[in-house]
Design a protein around this ligand. Structure first.
Ligand code: MLT
Length: 337
């Protein structure tokens, strides 16, 4: 459908006015964006789109520079630095935000999000907006965009894993996220919590045998160089927010705030379609590079049963009670617990 002139003209005029108001304010500035992952991942793609949209919405006056591969600190540190106002923006995995704002933990509850559609529905709903508000309140950072990165698959350097039994004896790195640690405990092993910035070296030096992350992240981080076996788990759909320092955001003019929020929204929309285009292709590339991919036996039933029955009840209270979780399930069209 072609947008009508009646719609596009006022919109174009409004964008010009916002850009003009911004150009007449603050000195030209390059804002710093920390990115936890390497080039070619969903975080990078979200950041590139955000930077492009932000520049155009400020009439070319301001821009945003990405610092990849944790150059500005571990993902956890970037939350603290943004909260203190010493960093402008960061793109990181939601599991590394949860320790600062427990209510977003619902996004890391195993098997809660079962598809890209679920991830989009949840982050774009009133529940998503409440998470944004809670993160401002609890962590001093504002979520202004979301990268959708796909399911976290399990990788390891030792052997094919299809059953929970196969996991025994493997040292698996997990983020410092209680829900994810408890999920592996429900599967019968004690995982090793490790910062993301240390993970590649940990795998390379065989301090740990494996880890989990989406295919696109495995590729962007070159994990295929140090990992061979992949298990297609679907316990956690990875969502990676773009956050802005709340103190920096509040210092901006209304026009700059609008430019930041709109650029974040445009980058989010781009992220969902980019994932659909890229994921299958990257999976094939990883196979061509020698990774061996397997599905969990029995349709993942035992993995699901153990994680849901042992982990969910432990977090009802921290996540705001069963009623809150039922609201989430309702948005996803699923039965109440
Ligand atoms: C983690 O495993 O800590 C994160 O998912 C890594 C990332 O930001 O991609």
């Amino acid at each position: 459908m072609t947008p009508s002139k009646n719609f596009t003209r006022p919109l174009a005029l409004a964008l010009c006015l916002v850009a003009a108001a911004i150009s007449s304010g603050l000195q030209a500035k390059t804002f710093r964006v920390a990115v936890g992952d390497g080039a070619g991942g969903t975080q990078h793609e979200l950041g590139l789109k955000f930077a492009e949209e932000f520049k155009s919405r400020t009439g070319g006056k301001h821009d945003a520079k990405l610092f990849l591969n944790g150059q500005l600190g571990s993902e956890e540190d970037t939350v603290s630095n943004a909260a203190m106002g010493t960093l402008d923006f960061s793109i990181l995995a939601i599991n590394n935000v949860t320790p600062f704002s427990p209510s977003v933990g619902v996004l890391t509850l195993p098997y809660m999000i079962q598809s890209l559609d679920d991830a989009v529905a949840l982050t774009q709903s009133d529940i998503g907006q409440t998470m944004v508000d809670n993160t401002v309140r609890d962590a001093g950072v504002r979520i202004i965009g979301w990268a959708y990165s796909g399911f976290r698959v399990l990788t390891n350097s030792k052997r094919p894993v299809t059953t929970i039994e196969d996991l025994k004896g493997l040292q698996i790195r997990v983020p410092k996220n209680e829900i994810m640690i408890d999920t592996y405990r429900a599967w019968g092993i004690n995982p090793t919590p490790m910062a993301w910035s240390e993970t590649f070296t940990g795998l390379q030096l065989k301090v740990v045998d494996g880890q989990d992350n989406p295919y696109i992240t495995v590729s962007a981080m070159k994990f295929d160089e140090v990992q061979k076996y992949v298990t297609n788990l679907r316990y956690l759909f990875s969502i990676e927010p773009l956050i802005v320092s709340e103190s920096m955001f509040q210092e901006q003019s209304p026009e700059m705030q609008q430019a930041i929020l709109e650029a974040g929204k445009a980058a989010t929309q781009h992220s969902a379609s980019w994932l659909v285009e890229q994921e299958g292709k990257i999976k094939q590339e990883l196979t061509a590079k020698g990774m061996v991919i397997a599905d969990p036996a029995d349709g993942e039933k035992e993995w699901i049963d153990r994680a849901v029955s042992q982990v969910w009840p432990k977090y009802y209270e921290q996540l705001g009670g069963k009623d809150k979780l039922n609201n989430v399930l309702k948005v996803l069209g699923r039965d109440a617990i």
